[in-house]
Design a protein. Structure first.
Length: 240
């Protein structure tokens, strides 16, 4: 399971985003979406980033909204009996942040408020697990640095109060020749009260023109209580 949110990552938030979007009809927005899965769990999301007045995508103040669906499973013990718990969680959040874009450095910081409803089964595991609806407050930081004209490194980290969950991802990327591709290695750590998953893998992304950027990633996921299992993901973003 992974909170894989492409680029600035980023619907409670639709009520806030609506007026902002109306006021910024002429300003390009960033739309994001994707899904990643393994036998350890899945994560699917969709959202948008709206630059505030005087800003643009990747530079200045922005407002973001994202809706997501998360699943995971883990082993536990109920009344002395080994039990496999399964969880499904729907989330929605909205927040604000600030982005920088210089010749060698790109980054952003943001803070989001939202809700996440987690459903555990079987019912016997609910008393000890992260079950029910919780308010979430999520600070996030992302940074990418150009080491050379071809090589770069980036990091993404967030923590969600309320669900007591966190996500950290580090990447090293390279652009082969004069192509539109970015290829590289990634390592992630996702953890919460009921789960902990480490991932190592590769990614490949490419600008497709007309504001589109597509990316795939794949590798091995190692849950806290399980064996390594393959994961694969696909994400897309559109500036329009």
């Amino acid at each position: 399971m992974s909170h894989h949110l492409h680029r600035y990552l980023l619907l409670i938030g639709l009520s806030c985003a609506g007026p902002l979007a109306s006021a910024q009809d002429a300003a390009p927005k960033l739309y994001i979406g994707g899904s990643q899965g393994s036998s350890a769990g899945t994560y699917t999301y969709a959202g948008q980033i709206v630059p505030l007045e005087g800003a643009q995508v990747g530079q200045g103040w922005f407002q973001k909204t994202v809706a997501s669906w998360l699943t995971y499973q883990y082993d536990t013990t109920v009344a002395g009996v080994p039990t496999e718990a399964k969880a499904g969680a729907a989330g929605i959040e909205s927040g604000w942040g600030y982005a920088w874009d210089t010749e060698r450095f790109k980054g952003d910081v943001s803070l989001s408020l939202g809700l996440r409803n987690t459903h555990l089964r079987p019912a016997a595991v609910r008393a000890d697990g992260q079950h029910g609806t919780r308010v979430t407050l999520t600070p996030q930081v992302a940074a990418r640095y150009l080491l050379t004209p071809r090589w770069d490194a980036d990091v993404l980290a967030s923590y969600s109060a309320g669900t007591q969950s966190s996500f950290t991802r580090a990447r090293m990327g390279v652009r082969p020749g004069d192509t539109e591709w970015r290829l590289g290695l990634e390592a992630t750590l996702s953890e919460g009260k009921d789960y902990r998953t480490r991932q190592t893998g590769v990614f490949a992304g490419r600008s497709m023109g007309s504001g589109w950027f597509l990316e795939v990633n794949a590798g091995q996921a190692r849950p806290k209580d399980g064996k390594s299992t393959p994961y694969v993901g696909l994400s897309a973003s559109l500036v329009r």
